[in-house]
Design a protein. Structure first.
Length: 190
């Protein structure tokens, strides 16, 4: 788990302005004048997205795709038998790895014999899906934050690590949800 110490000199509102995009920006500037910092130091547990499905490390690619298609989430934590966080799978990275990149497509267009070979492979993808497991494709470097941490700490960590979401874990390192930049902005506006 990634731990950071908050510097007392960090300007909370400056961080929020950098994290919150679009229409939130004006609201942040207005609230800056109205609220003291002590009133906006809210707890991650209050604002996190809950009920996120957990993937077991032995889950097949087919099962992973089913969960993504039914859950509405675009990230899923990967856990072991004790539900301890091992990694993360994002739908974006998963689809990027399943589909051809622009460079691959360009190469296939130039060499038609490769295109014929790869079209046969794609037609047989159902045979491959059960063989690929979550532990094979998960991202191992996951940025987490404790449920008891403040939302300002979450904002600082997101900015420092240049990520849009943090997996929220309890004291046993079991995933209980996630926070995104949207939750940071919601915490500030409430």
């Amino acid at each position: 788990m990634c731990q950071i110490k908050l510097n007392r000199n960090i300007n909370y509102y400056t961080i929020l302005l950098k994290v919150c995009k679009g229409h939130f920006k004006q609201k942040v500037q207005e609230e800056r004048k109205r609220l003291p910092l002590s009133e906006v130091m809210k707890n991650v547990k209050e604002f996190m997205v809950r009920d996120i499905p957990l993937l077991h490390e032995e889950s097949s690619m087919k099962r992973i795709l089913e969960i993504f298609s039914n859950s509405g989430h675009n990230i899923l934590p990967v856990v072991n038998d004790d539900n301890v966080l091992l990694g993360l799978i994002s739908i974006e990275e998963l689809l990027d790895n399943l589909l051809f990149s622009k460079e691959d497509i360009s190469l296939l267009e130039k060499m038609s014999f490769f295109a014929d070979f790869f079209s046969d492979v794609v037609e047989n993808v159902d045979l491959i899906l059960p063989l690929v497991l979550a532990k094979d494709i998960m991202q191992g470097n996951v940025f987490t934050i404790r449920e008891s941490s403040s939302m300002i700490k979450a904002a600082v960590l997101m900015k420092k690590k240049n990520v849009h979401k943090l997996i929220v874990v309890n004291e046993k390192n079991v995933p209980t949800g996630y926070v995104s930049r949207n939750e940071i902005c919601k915490a500030f506006l409430e």
